[in-house]
Ligand binder design. Structure first.
Ligand code: DQA
Length: 146
């Protein structure tokens, strides 16, 4: 069982970028937390981050043969990218959308999410913990055989 955790643009700047919104913990802290959780749940995870839309599309396509489930925080591409939505549809792997902040209570443009039309669940506004919830949801979905 392998879950691919994908992070989009500027998430590598966690700890530096807008700490009043995203907190003071760093991207490394996030990766350590996800890896530790995966270990405790006995599931393999790969964590990937890119600032480039095409690289994120390539990584989603790779998952077709390399992963059973996807957890994705597309960052700002959430609100703009049909390409990421199409890549998720193409591979057809169960996916959960995650956001550290509560996107629905911020600017209007953040209320639009293209990937949401594919993802079976969205976790928003639960901070770093949201990634762990998303992993649990993917594992539950896979256990149900969907
Ligand atoms: C984000 C929310 C997005 O609107 C923003 O562009 C991000 C991070 C979040 O995790 O809260 O880069 O996806």
């Amino acid at each position: 069982m392998k879950i691919l955790v994908i992070n989009g643009p500027n998430l590598n700047m966690l700890g530096i970028r807008e700490p009043h919104i995203y907190g003071k913990k760093t991207y490394k802290d996030l990766c350590d937390m996800i890896n530790g959780y995966a270990l405790s749940r006995g599931v393999e995870v790969e964590i990937y981050q890119s600032n480039h839309e095409g690289a994120l599309v390539d990584k989603i396509q790779e998952a077709y043969t390399a992963a059973d489930g996807i957890v994705i925080n597309p960052g700002a591409y959430t609100h703009t990218s049909v390409a990421l939505l199409d890549a998720l549809k193409a591979v057809g792997i169960p996916a959960v959308e995650v956001h550290i902040s509560d996107v629905d209570s911020r600017e209007d443009f953040r209320k639009i999410s293209y990937v949401r039309t594919y993802c079976f669940k969205t976790v928003s506004g639960h901070g770093f913990e949201g990634y762990l919830e998303a992993i649990d949801s993917v594992l539950e979905r896979l256990a149900e055989g969907k």
